[in-house]
Design a protein around this ligand. Structure first.
Ligand SMILES: Nc1nc2c(c(=O)[nH]1)N[C@H]1C(S)=C(S)[C@@H](COP(=O)(O)OP(=O)(O)OC[C@H]3O[C@@H](n4cnc5c(=O)[nH]c(N)nc54)[C@H](O)[C@@H]3O)O[C@H]1N2
Ligand SMILES: Nc1nc2c(c(=O)[nH]1)N[C@H]1C(S)=C(S)[C@@H](COP(=O)(O)OP(=O)(O)OC[C@H]3O[C@@H](n4cnc5c(=O)[nH]c(N)nc54)[C@H](O)[C@@H]3O)O[C@H]1N2
Ligand code: SF4
Ligand SMILES: [Mo]
Length: 730
């Protein structure tokens, strides 16, 4: 058998590690981190190492499946695409575009082809009933970028390798490998920060793996970040520590922010955070004193009651301390493919509240509705009600709030079409499943991750293994669906579909990449290419380990896409939302029992695990072996009061649902807070996940009230969910 070595870039998370894959014939014999990758320098985590198991997983689908009653039959690609297109075209022409619902899941954004082809397909379908993982993830973050900088894709990233002081809230990169901060080998980078005498401060209701390697960790009451950050802003404002430096020239609204901050002294917000006022003051002074500091937040600051306010205040602190766009601060990237620039050029820098969900009433963002309204929109029974759904790379039954209600709504649809390679908790309700190639059978160029990376790099990878003969790529599935739906229209539509289809097939994602690289900031078409690093598709393809394009560079004011090219630090919508903070303080003052550092009732937060990837890698034997991971973490004080011991089973309930899980008692958890991971709850009848079903875990999203949102953005509250916990009856 011939053995060869191939190089690729892992697309499972934001870290984009280079992988060295050893292939024996058509089998993956081993996967290592690619030492020659200038960015990831050999880093690898257990998920990347498990890609071989995904490749050879007998449960992974290689051909389309059509449901026949309670059975599945394998069918050919031509027939499958025709049937899917016929169903969608019929629903669209008889009930209107909104009667087709769409969900785009997390892996859509990690797929080179789907990134380029999914949005155009959805736009072209013309439906308003569109949802994505964004509203359980980064929506507050992108909304703040839209409001402040005029472009949702301009997201400041901590200049991790040069910062002297990192204040991190609601993120656990040692486990998640970094998110909206592409930094492969992030643990090493954080250790290097400390080794150069920098300081890492972590704010989290759990003493996380990241907190364990930090200089300082402070427990925070879930949902308390906006209070903490406002308290810190208060200190900056009242102690004369606002030093914006060169930023002052471009920032509007500072006095509005100052006025707001003055109302929230640390002593007033302390109870809502569980953090001592003296500590809040010191955190602010130390942030201000550092010559190069960054404030950074992620899932814990986004998917909570005050998600937009907290995300906004992170940028506010970076601006007030002069750290935005400063070396070692929070910087904008200069990626080889300039998505934000492209968005500006296309006039797609972001939109908010142009219309509302017809059943749920939630505000639109970017032509999408928040998933908080998904079940309601599916259940809507008025004219143009939803009859069909296209689910791309998503498992909403496990991933979204009140999964069981979504599941019931799916069961009632006439056509559910899933682009996915597993029959899982969601796709078991599909009528057709169209499986894309595996990650090792796909080409990669991490457009989005490059745009959020702590260094500018470019990494293209050709497929490591051939896909099954005749099988389309993920992007081809999306393209062919569109072309086939369009071809069912009149003569002109057929003609246009034919032309667009031919051009798009000829170009493909690689062709688009070539064009985007050429016109990008490092591209050969830009006369002023940086330091000779002129990129062509050919060069990017040849350099199999990826190309380093240097450290982040200051980008203001060019990156501002507001009409007047200024930063709008105090958008009206956000200032108005601050009223909610006031009323929460009043509420807490009226109920002193809740005020202390120990929340009552218990507040549930989420957790990620190194060997788990959202809802879909639990069918890998290597990842699920060892100790049980779907357990409820609980502080000894709270456990004891409920008569619970490690290993006991607890019943966790809310008004939305109840589950039973094993308990693990640990001092890691702030008293009054409990933690469960998401993405579990396998073992549904009809799913084909033979490994995952042996250790199914439970679906935490059965507990989450889908109507509980950050009021401003519509983002689901996944952290800080009030729960009752008791010993499970035998
Ligand atoms: N309670 C709670 N819920 C959460 C979270 C939380 O912290 N707490 N986190 C939320 C977050 S941040 C996210 S991003 C979501 C993720 O939730 P989802 O959007 O559902 O995404 P995944 O669970 O990653 O994967 C979904 C599906 O994609 C398929 N898939 C994998 N790769 C590909 C591919 O290349 N192409 C196609 N077509 N399919 C593919 C998998 O088989 C799987 O069925 O979960 C959210 N849900
Ligand atoms: N191994 C692994 N890696 C992953 C994933 C995975 O499933 N597994 N998922 C990927 C995805 S889709 C994403 S979006 C990223 C997410 O990347 P991260 O945001 O870094 O990941 P989390 O572990 O969810 O970290 C959120 C932290 O917020 C804390 N927290 C909860 N509530 C609050 C609060 O109110 N305030 C504060 N300050 N903290 C709070 C939690 O305890 C947790 O430590 O990870 C990605 N990487
Ligand atoms: S850290 Fe992320 S990108 Fe790197 S190997 Fe693990 S899953 Fe893949
Ligand atoms: Mo995510």
């Amino acid at each position: 058998m011939t053995t060869r070595t191939a190089y690729t870039v892992c697309n499972l998370c934001d870290a984009i590690c280079g992988l060295e894959v050893t292939v024996d014939g058509d089998r993956v014999a081993g996967i290592r981190g690619d030492d020659a990758d200038p960015f990831s320098r050999g880093h690898l985590c257990p998920k990347g190492a498990a890609l071989g198991e995904v490749q050879h997983d007998p449960d992974r689908l290689r051909a389309p499946l059509r449901r026949r009653g309670s059975r599945w039959e394998e069918i050919g690609w031509g027939e499958a695409l025709d049937q899917a297109a016929r169903a969608l075209a019929h629903v669209r022409s008889t009930s209107g575009p909104d009667s087709i619902a769409v969900y785009l899941g997390n892996p859509t954004a990690h797929s080179m082809g789907a990134t380029l082809f999914a949005i155009p397909l959805v736009r072209w379908l013309g439906t308003h009933t569109v949802f994505s993982a964004n509203s359980v993830d980064s929506l507050p973050r992108v909304l703040v970028s839209d409001l402040l900088y005029g472009n949702q894709a301009r997201i400041p990233v901590p200049d991790l390798d040069r910062t002297e002081h990192l204040l991190m809230l609601g993120a656990n990169p040692v486990v998640s490998n970094g998110s909206a901060m592409t930094a492969p080998g992030v643990t090493r980078r954080l250790r290097e920060l400390r080794a150069r005498a920098g300081k890492l401060v972590v704010i989290d209701p759990r003493r996380t793996e990241t907190a364990a390697i930090a200089d300082e960790h402070h427990f925070i009451r879930p949902g308390g970040d906006a209070f903490l950050l406002l308290g810190m802003a208060h200190v900056l404002v009242t102690e004369g520590l606002v030093r914006m430096g060169r930023l002052a020239e471009w920032v509007d609204g500072v006095s509005d922010v100052e006025r707001l901050a003055r109302r929230f002294p640390p002593e007033r917000v302390a109870a809502a955070t569980g953090i001592d006022p003296a500590v809040i003051r010191r955190l602010a002074r130390e942030l201000a004193a550092s010559p190069a500091a960054a404030v950074y937040g992620r899932i814990g600051t986004c998917t909570q009651e005050f998600g937009t306010l907290a995300s906004w205040l992170i940028d506010v602190l970076n601006v007030l301390t002069g750290n935005l766009d400063r070396r070692g601060g929070a910087m904008f990237t200069t990626p080889a493919v300039d998505l934000a620039g492209l968005a500006r050029w296309l006039g797609q820098t972001g939109s908010f509240d142009r219309w509302r969900g017809r059943a749920s009433g939630y505000a639109e963002f970017n032509g999408e509705l928040p998933v908080a309204g998904l079940a309601e929109e599916l259940e809507y029974s008025g004219p143009g009600r939803v009859r069909a759904m296209l689910i791309h790379a998503g498992n909403p039954v496990l991933s979204l709030p009140n999964g069981p209600r979504i599941e019931r709504a799916l069961e009632r649809l006439e056509h559910v079409i899933a682009v996915d390679f597993y029959v899982n908790e969601t796709t078991r309700h599909a009528h057709l499943i169209l499986p894309p190639p595996s990650p090792l059978e796909s080409e990669h160029y991490p457009f989005i991750e490059h745009a959020l990376a702590v260094r500018n790099t470019a990494h293209y990878a050709a497929p490591v293994l051939p896909k099954p003969p005749g099988a389309p790529d993920d992007w081809e599935i999306l393209l062919e669906l569109g072309v086939r739906i369009a071809s069912r229209g009149g003569f002109a539509a057929r003609l246009a579909a034919g032309a667009v289809g031919t051009a798009a097939r000829a170009l493909g994602p690689r062709g688009v990449l070539g064009a985007l690289l050429a016109i990008g900031p490092h591209g050969w078409l830009r006369g002023l290419g940086r330091r000779g690093a002129r990129l062509t598709l050919g060069r990017v393809e040849r350099e199999a380990h990826g190309i380093d394009l240097g450290a982040l560079e200051p980008r203001l004011p060019q990156v501002l896409d507001t009409a007047d090219r200024r930063i709008r630090l105090a958008p009206r919508r956000i200032l108005d939302d601050a009223a909610r903070l006031e009323s929460r303080l009043v509420e807490l003052a009226a109920r002193p029992g809740e005020r202390a550092a120990t929340p009552r009732p218990l507040l549930l937060i989420g957790r990620r695990e190194l060997r788990s990837n959202n809802s879909w890698m639990h069918n890998s034997p290597h990842l699920v072996r060892g100790r049980e991971r779907c357990v409820l973490l609980m502080n000894p004080h709270d456990a004891e009061r409920r008569g619970l011991d490690t290993g006991a089973r607890a019943r966790v309930s809310t008004a939305t649902g109840a589950i039973e899980v094993p308990v693990e008692i640990t001092l890691e958890l702030m008293p009054g807070v409990v933690s469960l991971p998401h993405g579990w709850g396998h073992g549904s009848p009809g799913a084909r996940l033979s490994v995952a079903s042996l250790r199914p875990g439970v679906n935490v999203n059965q507990l989450v009230d889908e109507r509980s949102v950050d009021r401003l953005s519509g983002t689901s509250v996944l952290n800080g969910v009030p729960v009752e916990v008791s010993a499970a009856s035998a």
